[in-house]
Design a protein around this ligand. Structure first.
Ligand code: ASP
Length: 331
């Protein structure tokens, strides 16, 4: 017998047509989920008081999800988090870093078409999410979508039209669902240490700045120099290259001097930042930016947010950023 807790936060999957367009309808999804009742599976549903389109998510909702899960952690064998697809990769990444020492499955899912639509992809996604949440040796946060199980802190939303909305460009899937479920257990994380979940600091000011040719790098530099940010991600070109724009480099140096991390990622979907591959990657590193390897922007933001929430020493922060905490980066 598996006991699963379903946390329903909102998203297309439970939406219906309203005069304003698609919107979440309270009570609808819990009613539809009755279809999954079967011998050997018991589940309870917590419907959040404010069901949201996930584009509206903030650190406050991340804490609500963390609190809901942590307060019932001992009572259930696994967790399914129903979430909008727009920011599912951010929430999955935050949970991956916040739920330290996780020893149960936490599986996020949603849909491109609502369950009330005759061609909804939501039924298959939910079925796969339940199945994954019943695997006692899955000790990580994953996304079940379009017949794949992906590591949450590796996943990205890559398509708004087709049902293969998610993939993890720099990591192999954790499972593939066909006639049989093909569990790739050799890729699963091992539990690390005791259960020590952490909430996030809702006041932190983090941002990702995408470089664009022309004024874009100066603009990013001004944002970094404003003194407003607690940490930032610079989305550079190719394998970590950027123009040696003094405004950008001064911005990075100013952040670094204040003890606020700046991570360099690539704008490219697949591949990693590699300092030294090109001379054009060196100025960012010399100014103090830390190479983020093949972290996704979602995972990088989540990692910074969770790490900074614990107010670490500068040395501890650098060390944590350089290593793989939850399988989020290829070393
Ligand atoms: N806008 C929706 C959301 O993220 C999209 C979806 O769920 O597919 O809540």
């Amino acid at each position: 017998m598996s006991r699963i807790l379903v946390l329903y936060t909102g998203g297309t999957i439970g939406m219906d047509h309203t005069p304003e367009g698609l919107a979440p309808v309270p009570g609808l999804l819990p009613r539809l989920l009755q279809r999954f009742e079967r011998p050997g599976l018991e589940f309870d549903i917590v419907e959040f008081a404010q069901l949201i389109d996930s584009s509206a998510i903030t650190p406050r909702q991340w804490n609500e999800i963390i609190d809901a899960l942590v307060s019932r952690y001992a009572q259930y064998d696994g967790f399914v988090v129903i979430h909008g697809t727009d920011t599912m990769a951010y929430t999955a990444s935050v949970l991956a870093f916040a739920l330290q020492g996780l020893a149960k499955p936490v599986v996020l899912t949603g849909a491109q078409l609502p369950l009330v639509h005759p061609r909804s992809d939501g039924w298959a996604n939910l079925a796969d999410a339940f199945e994954a949440a019943c695997q006692p040796d899955l000790h990580e946060v994953a996304i079940a979508f379009n017949r794949l199980l992906l590591r949450g802190c590796r996943a990205r939303k890559l398509d708004v039209e087709h049902f293969d909305g998610f993939n993890s460009p720099n990591a192999e899937p954790l499972a593939e669902f066909a006639i049989h479920a093909h569990w790739r257990r050799d890729r699963w994380l091992k539990q690390d240490g005791g259960w020590r979940p952490q909430r996030v600091n809702e006041e932190l000011k983090l941002a990702a700045l995408m470089l664009t040719p022309g004024y874009g790098s100066a603009w990013a530099g001004r944002a970094l120099q404003s003194g407003e940010l607690d940490g930032a991600i610079v989305l550079s070109y190719g394998s970590g290259n950027a123009p040696a724009d003094p405004a950008l480099l001064d911005g990075i140096a100013a952040m670094t001097a204040r003890g606020c991390p700046v991570l360099t990622l690539t704008q490219v979907v697949k591949g990693a930042v590699e300092v030294g591959a090109y001379a054009a990657s060196q100025p960012l590193a010399r100014a103090g930016a830390l190479p983020g390897g093949d972290l996704t922007p979602e995972a990088a933001l989540a990692k910074l947010h969770v790490l900074l929430s614990a107010a670490p020493s500068a040395a501890a922060l650098r060390e944590a950023l350089a290593c793989s905490l939850r399988g989020e980066i290829t070393l």
